[in-house]
Design a protein around this ligand. Structure first.
Ligand code: WQD
Length: 335
């Protein structure tokens, strides 16, 4: 099967290309490289022994997307391509609404024009905001997004839901990611944050490598066992493999279907637990200091994995320690 992977040179997209090839599928990358490095393609070649076909194209270009879907005889699409910096989305909402929603609509139009019916959409647990109850199930009500970025994810889910309900020939699933971390065990691909990392783990590895000051823990007075925020940190390769399972699920449904599925480990880890685990299992060189809360952070969220296990037949395999060690190995490769 030929699978179009938009944003396939990005962090989750590139790891998903590895998982697709390992499952005997053929990824075709579309990426405008606005937030990805071309070196990722060499890394994929070193892992896979071949470089996936890659089109340097913007997903908002309908004519080019139709051409690619037709020419590559695409069987299904995984749509990662989107801007994802929460803070930037607050400063530049139009850029986020235009690109994140526009690119999905363009991909859907191109799919309709070329008879491609299967879509896996990259969504996010951010649609839940601060859940009232954890673990979070897919029936947990979505809350008003904390950022334009989060709102684009919710709006894109609604576009898919309404399109399927309209009777369109579409089988789609939105995967609501929790916190993807780590890197491929080969250290040939990994996360490439631009500038100062906003996310915890890339900051941790850069700090432990001496490239950043000590990690600041954003808040120690939350209503959690150790006062720090709780998240569901999932190894990026586990997340990648969930996409393969999602495609298989859609393969078994020829009729119209739309599902939303949480993809997490089902386990919550606090910031302090993550840092202490890193010090204990990766390197004691990591230093951290206590700081104030970060605006917009939710106190605690982690996934119920009941639906992903029953619906997709998937569960996370890699423990937190392995994700931290893989992230560190990738950092050492970069340094
Ligand atoms: C995790 C925890 C911070 C940095 C974001 C997006 C979400 C998804 C994943 C795309 C929080 C704490 C962090 C630091 C810290 N992205 N932290 N010191 O905010 O849960 O989710 O990335 O889909 O949509 O919102 O991830 O890694 O930024 O933060 O204490 O230097 O680590 O306060 O509690 P987050 P994160």
């Amino acid at each position: 099967m030929n699978i179009l992977v938009t944003g396939g040179a990005g962090f989750i997209g590139s790891h998903t290309c590895v998982a697709l090839v390992e499952a005997g599928l053929n990824p075709i990358i579309v990426d405008n490289f606005s937030n990805a490095n071309r070196s990722v393609l060499q890394g994929l070649n070193r892992i896979l022994g071949k470089t996936p076909v890659c089109y340097e194209v913007d997903c908002n270009n309908l004519e080019q997307m139709e051409h690619i879907l037709q020419k590559e005889a695409i069987d299904g699409v995984i749509h990662f391509a989107a801007y994802k910096a929460v803070g930037e989305s607050v400063a530049e909402p139009i850029k986020y609404y235009e690109n994140n929603i526009g690119s999905l609509i363009t991909v859907l139009k191109a799919m309709e024009k070329t008879g491609v019916e299967k879509l896996v959409f990259s969504s996010s647990c951010t649609v839940y905001g601060q859940p009232d109850v954890v673990p979070v199930t897919e029936d947990t009500p979505r809350k008003p997004a904390e950022s334009p970025y989060g709102n684009t994810k919710a709006i894109c889910e609604d576009v898919l839901r309404d399109l399927v309900q309209s009777g369109a020939s579409l089988q789609a699933v939105s995967l609501r990611y929790f916190n993807p971390i780590g890197a491929h065990s080969s250290a040939e691909i990994g996360e490439l944050p631009i500038g100062v990392p906003a996310n915890l783990i890339p900051f941790v590895t850069q700090s432990a490598a001496g490239l950043r000051p000590p990690v600041t823990i954003f808040g120690s007075d939350y209503n959690t066992p150790d006062g720090t925020c709780i998240r569901d940190y999932i190894h990026v390769m586990d997340l990648a493999e969930a996409h393969v399972k999602a495609l298989a699920f859609l393969q078994n449904h020829s009729k119209t279907i739309y599902e939303t599925v949480n993809v997490g480990t089902g386990k919550g880890s606090s910031v302090l637990e993550v840092l202490e685990t890193f010090r204990a299992t990766v390197t004691p060189m990591l230093q951290f200091v206590w700081g104030n809360r970060r605006a917009g952070d939710v106190e605690a969220t982690f996934a119920s994995v009941e639906k992903v296990e029953t619906c997709l037949g998937w569960r996370a395999k890699r423990p937190l320690e392995e994700a931290l060690q893989d992230a560190w190995r990738w950092q050492l490769r970069l340094s």
